[in-house]
Write a protein that binds this ligand. Structure first.
Ligand SMILES: Cc1ncc(COP(=O)(O)O)c(C=O)c1O
Length: 379
């Protein structure tokens, strides 16, 4: 089955309970169990094993093209549970030097306490990656925030296999519509399902997918750390997954149109979007990705004062962080997602104060471009 068919039919129980076409929410936390059942198989919400949870896991696995998947209570619960599963005291991990702020803060703030070692690597430069005898894993992101760099993902898979370490990728910005990491050879993929997977900016969740063996290990860690997903949020997430392909393709098309429009404006000095031929990663992104995603960033010739005028002049985009929803959101990373970094670190990473990040929604592209044209006229 192709992606859109999987989105609707993947993981579905046929017939559903009581003949229900839509899988219901099992709100109950506990179910009867057999004598001698393994602890992790007892049907209890925190053990991620109830019918509603297993249904969602099967749907996520189908969309990722993976043997198995597990949902978590947030994207951060997904990544921290993966790290706690793969790393013990004395182990080492290679991590991208451009990571989501929460992942970065978790690692840099806790690795020493946990006895983990890490090395930051440039995901664009495979020649610089080096394992140690205690290296267990490599962690990268498909499309980075906020400059939309696309990692050398095929090289990561080859490298991890050659050195027998676990390859892990945060696919939040791409979603499985644009890139299916497990199909491409990654051992584990995770998402902040808060973003594109849910797509309606109304719940917080995470997902992890990979081989049945690895996902089961992650689930066992999750069962004890406690980051399980509430059944009602799981129900909403499963419902949203059915429209994932339709939403993300529209977001891809809108972002491509807006990126080209902004690139052509004399008031815009730079646009970061891998779908533009001028983006440094365009050649390999074109080979890897089915679409370049709904995220882009840009700068105005007039710098920060112009950025502030633009943000207040736009009428359709809401000024807010987060991403992946059906509504267009706009933000300045220096004061939101990357506010925790020092100005020097931000400057070194190319995140200037005037950089504007856009999460493009599913509105009509013409309306978005008209809104931007009118707002740019005021700059
Ligand atoms: C790329 C990426 N990974 C992980 C996360 C963490 O997700 P959550 O907020 O669902 O915990 C985020 C959140 O913004 C993100 O953008």
């Amino acid at each position: 089955m192709r992606f859109d068919t999987l989105a609707v039919h993947g993981g579905e129980r046929k017939p559903g309970p009581e003949g229900s076409v839509v899988f219901p929410i099992f709100q109950g936390t506990v179910f009867t169990s057999e004598p001698g059942e393994d602890y992790h198989d007892i049907k209890y919400h925190r053990l991620n094993s109830t019918p509603s949870q297993r249904y969602l896991h099967d749907k996520l696995a189908a969309l990722e093209g993976a043997e198995a998947a597990v949902a978590t209570s947030s994207g951060m619960a997904a990544v921290t549970t993966i790290l706690h599963t793969l790393l013990g005291a004395g182990d080492h991990i290679l991590v991208s030097d451009v990571l989501y702020g929460g992942t970065y803060d978790f690692l840099t703030g806790n690795a020493r306490r946990l006895g983990w070692e890490y090395t930051m690597i440039d995901p664009q430069d495979p020649a610089s990656w080096a394992v140690r005898p205690n290296t267990k894993a490599i962690l990268v992101e498909t499309i980075t925030n906020p400059l939309m760099r696309v990692a050398r993902l095929r090289d990561v898979v080859t490298f991890a296999r050659a050195h027998d370490i676990v390859s892990v990728v945060d696919n939040t910005f791409a979603s499985p519509v644009n890139f299916r990491p497990v199909v491409a050879g990654f051992d584990l993929v995770f998402n902040s399902a808060t973003k594109y997977l849910n797509g309606h900016s109304d719940l917080v969740a995470g997902s992890v997918a990979g081989s049945a063996e690895l996902v089961e290990k992650v689930r066992h860690t999750l069962n004890l750390y406690g980051g399980s997903l509430d059944p009602h949020a799981g129900y909403l997430l499963a419902r949203s997954l059915k429209t994932l392909g339709v939403r993300v393709r529209q977001q891809n098309a809108n972002a491509q149109a807006l990126a080209a429009f902004l690139d052509g404006s004399p008031k815009v000095s730079a646009v970061n979007y891998a779908g533009l031929p001028t983006h440094p990663d365009h050649p390999h992104a074109s080979e890897l990705l089915a679409g370049y995603g709904g995220m882009l960033s840009f700068q105005l010739v007039g710098g920060l004062p112009a950025a502030e005028v633009l943000l207040s002049a736009l009428t359709l985009p809401a000024v807010a962080p987060s991403l992946g929803g059906v509504e267009t959101l706009i933000t300045r990373p220096a004061v939101t997602s990357h506010a925790g970094m020092t100005p020097e670190d931000r400057a070194a990473a190319g995140i200037t104060d005037d950089l504007i990040r856009l999460s493009v929604g599913i509105e009509d592209a013409e309306d978005l471009m008209t809104d931007f044209a009118e707002a740019l006229d005021k700059v």
